[in-house]
Design a protein around this ligand. Structure first.
Ligand code: SF4
Length: 253
């Protein structure tokens, strides 16, 4: 795979529920079509020219070198490091990226820094051998694999993501599920309760609306819809003693 060099790696993000973050690849093979906010930004800032370039990710070849230098500089301020906000740490078809993600997490854990991960790929079992402070997440907005092929065309099937997360849960890892960006019924009709049930084992759920999508704006009942689903997530988690977070601008309740 192609590579790039960066001048810096570890930085504080202003993204909601974020602290420090690392994006050790440019682009993402999953090619989500919600659209992907990270791709929109990469295009706007001239880092990639189009979708075809975005789905051919480039690995940051000097990531470990940079991290070694940057950890001491930021260590006292870091609560946790998230992998990743603008790429995917365990993207399909790129074992080099997954290997680098594991090395990065290991290096941070050795400094007693907690990591959170989020993927639309398969979170590897090796994560269970790293710090138990870490929080391992998958994205899940449906159980319909046909819909997945349309909207997240090159990502891992939902059932494989759920199974991999469940295996990590069974090994005692803290697991979470990001139900975001959740589509409105004019995009897909589906049973939200089934999705919650499929990830009932997870320790935390995050729920958020779909943004930057013209079809959502055409759904006039969208706020009512997102309010109802937010309420469901809160009740589901409270009843089971789980943590939860409803993303900004999702619910007006
Ligand atoms: S997995 Fe995330 S970063 Fe990758 S294309 Fe999808 S939304 Fe973008």
């Amino acid at each position: 795979m192609d590579s790039i060099k960066r001048k810096t790696l570890l930085y504080k993000t202003r993204v909601e529920y974020g602290d420090y973050t690392i994006n050790h690849a440019q682009g993402c093979s999953h090619g989500c079509l919600y659209p992907c906010y990270a791709m929109m930004m990469a295009k706007r800032f001239g880092k990639v020219k189009d979708y075809n370039e975005w789905i051919k990710p480039k690995i940051v070849s000097n990531a470990l070198e940079l991290l070694k230098k940057e950890i001491p500089r930021h260590k006292d301020k870091i609560k946790f490091v998230h992998l990743c906000f603008s790429t995917d740490p365990f993207m399909c078809g790129h074992d080099e990226i997954a290997d680098l993600s594991l090395k990065i997490i290991k290096m941070l854990n050795e400094e007693n820094i907690k990591c959170t991960t989020l993927t639309k790929g398969v979170p590897p079992l090796e994560l269970a051998e790293l710090s138990r402070q870490n929080e391992i997440g998958i994205s899940l907005i449906s159980l319909n694999e046909g819909f997945k092929k349309k909207i997240e065309p090159y990502s891992t099937p939902y059932k494989d993501r759920i199974n991999a997360l469940y295996e990590l849960h069974k090994k005692g890892c803290y697991t979470w599920v990001s139900i975001e960006p959740y589509p409105t019924p004019n995009i897909i009709t589906q049973n939200f309760d089934d999705i919650l049930k499929a990830v009932e084992f997870a320790d935390k759920l995050i729920f958020g609306r779909l943004n930057y999508n013209e079809r959502v704006t055409r759904y006039s009942e969208r706020q009512k819809y997102y309010n109802e689903l937010s309420h469901k997530v809160i009740e589901f988690c409270k009843k089971r003693g789980k943590n939860f977070h409803i993303k900004e601008k999702t619910s007006t309740l």
